[in-house]
Structure formats: C-alpha cells, structure tokens
Design a protein around this ligand. Structure first.
Ligand code: CP
Ligand code: NVA
Length: 318
C-alpha cells in the first residue's frame, strides 16, 4: 500500500504522527481486517523478533501483539517484570541497548511514560506504547477505526467520553480526535478533568482538522452524540482511589437514561475494555444493540498489525 514512509518509527503517544500517517495506518488496518476475514495470512514477520514487556496486566493488547506478530512468522517474546532485570538489577538505558541488539521491535506496557520514551530513544528499534499511566495510543487507533467503520469517516462526528476524564485512554482519544477532525466532548466531574497543558498542545491540530474538543461537568452535553465512550473508574495502579472515584463518578454512569439523553437512537456505545459492569456502564447498555465493544476489541489486533507492518517492513508487502 502506498503512503507516507513510517518505517523505523516508534509509537509512544501519537503526538508526532501526522493525520496522513494516522490515516495510512487505518487504511492498512482495514486491509488486514479484510485479509483476516478471507483467511489470508502471509509470513511477513519471518526472521523478526518482538520483545513484549508488561509491567501491568493485559488481555487485548498482549494477545493483539502476540498473535498479529506470531501468525506472520515472527517470534514474540513475552517479558513480565518478574522475568527481566529491568528496574531490578539493570538500568532502563542498559536494558534498552541490549534489547535493541536482539529484537526488531519492542512493545512496552507499564506505569511510566518516560520509560517508553527512553526505550524508544536508546534501543534504536521501533518501540510501541501498549499503555502507560499517561497514554494508550494503540487503543485510540482501534477506536477511530471503529468509528470509521460505523460512520464512513470519524470527521465531524460527535464522540462523548463520559467518566474519568484524565486517564490514559481519554488523553489519547483527545489527541487522535484533534488530528482526525473528530469532535470530542469529555463529560467528567471537575476534579477529573484533563490537564490544561494538553489543550495547549492540541491547538495547532484542531486548527488544521477543524475538530472541536470540549470538557464539561454537565451530562446534558451528551445531546447529539454519535458515540458514548467510557472506561473504568479506577485505572490500573490507582486501586487505592476506588471509594473516591465511585463517589465522584456515580452520576456519570453510562446507562439507558444517558443514552436517551443523546436524542440519537443510532448512538453507539464504546469501551476499551475490560469493563466493570454496574459501575461505569450498565449491563443493559453494554449488551445493547448499539454496543460496539467487540468490534473495538477486534480492531486492536488489526491496528496493531498495521503499526508493526508499517514500521518494520517496506510498503510493497502490505
Ligand atoms: N483495552 C486494553 O488495553 O485491554 P487490555 O488491558 O486487556 O490489554
Ligand atoms: N484506563 C484503563 C485502561 C485499561 C485498558 C487502565 O489504565 O487501567
């Protein structure tokens, strides 16, 4: 497939990815999804290796990277922080330099955004952020792919994120929406609003794409939404904040009443998963006809395969 040259690039937070590069990844992902439906699997990662570092738990992200890479003949190696010297007996810089000598690429899921950025800087190979406390860029790509499948293009659509407005998923959504022209409204209690610094950073992208990003405490802002998106109230590593979050976020549950408040009977429901049903979303909405959570989950694999194809291989093989 023809597109901008992104071979050798890392994906740490999407900030340095242009709308054209994001669009290219989404085109590759759509093609890979079609191939997978038709049972077409090639051996494009043969002879390549992928280090998969996980400090936090994962189902979708781990399985997406591992199956997308392995089914194409690549050799993924899962490394939990109980297995490797990183952070215990060896500095991040030294681990990065060793992994860079042995692997074609590195995936990292953990706490610190600085760690994934340092891995990218010091390893000399493409590094993919599989979630940190700050960002979840591979999730955002699957989310935009899901919106594109639903609406043709996400541009000009209204996506409302309702819940914990300052977590990793929301930050990455704000970034990708501002680059793809998707209007994003974050509906969240004031104590959980995204940091003002992010709004300064996205200004040029908003200007270029025409997207509008708004933040409010007022749940009536869901009116006119094409999609309602939520995530857990307590992200990994924040378990001690559970009681406070339940108190703050109970009025922001995505339930049938909120869905009705959109005034749009075609409004879809999105969730990055895993979900805590009965907290951020009711079973009724989660299992309802507008739910697209399984498409989103599947699209994680196609978008992640697209990232690895585009950053590791020449364009003539995908
Ligand atoms: N959405 C997501 O990242 O899921 P996992 O935590 O299962 O990887
Ligand atoms: N915000 C959630 C996302 C999980 C995929 C967390 O960080 O736990």
């Amino acid at each position: 497939m023809q597109g901008p040259d992104i071979k050798g690039r890392s994906l740490v937070n999407l900030k340095n990815w242009t709308p054209e590069e994001i669009d290219f990844l989404l085109r590759i992902a759509a093609n890979e999804k079609k191939n997978s439906r038709e049972g077409i699997i090639k051996r494009r990662f043969e002879g390549k290796t992928l280090a998969m570092i996980f400090e936090k738990r994962s189902t979708r992200t781990r399985c997406s990277f591992e199956t997308a890479f392995g089914e194409e003949g690549g050799h993924p190696v899962f490394l939990s922080n109980a297995d490797i010297q990183l952070g215990a007996k060896e500095s991040l810089e030294d681990t990065a330099r060793v992994l860079g000598r042995m692997f074609s690429a590195i995936e990292f899921r953990g706490f610190s955004q600085k760690m994934v950025e340092e891995l990218a800087e010091k390893s000399g190979v493409p590094v993919y952020n599989g979630l940190t406390d700050d960002y979840h860029p591979t999730q955002a790509l699957a989310d935009i792919m899901t919106l594109s499948e639903e609406f043709g293009s996400p541009a000009g659509r209204k996506l409302c994120f309702v819940g914990d407005g300052r977590n990793n998923v929301v930050r990455s959504l704000i970034i990708i929406c501002s680059k793809t022209g998707t209007n994003c409204t974050v509906v969240s209690p004031k104590a959980l609003h995204p940091e003002p610094g992010l709004f300064e950073e996205i200004k040029p992208w908003l200007k270029a794409s025409g997207a509008e990003i708004t933040v409010t405490e007022d749940i009536s802002a869901v009116k006119g939404a094409d999609g309602l998106y939520t995530d857990v109230w307590v992200s990994m590593g924040e378990e001690s904040k559970k009681d406070e979050r339940v108190r703050l976020l109970s009025p922001y549950q995505v339930n049938d009443r909120l869905l009705e408040m959109t005034g749009n009977k075609n409004c879809i429901f999105m969730h990055c998963l895993p979900a805590v049903k009965g907290e951020e979303v009711t079973v009724s909405v989660f299992e309802g006809g507008g739910s697209r959570v399984w498409e989103q989950a599947e699209n994680r694999k196609h978008t992640i395969k697209a990232i690895m194809l585009a950053t590791l291989l020449n364009q003539d093989v995908y």
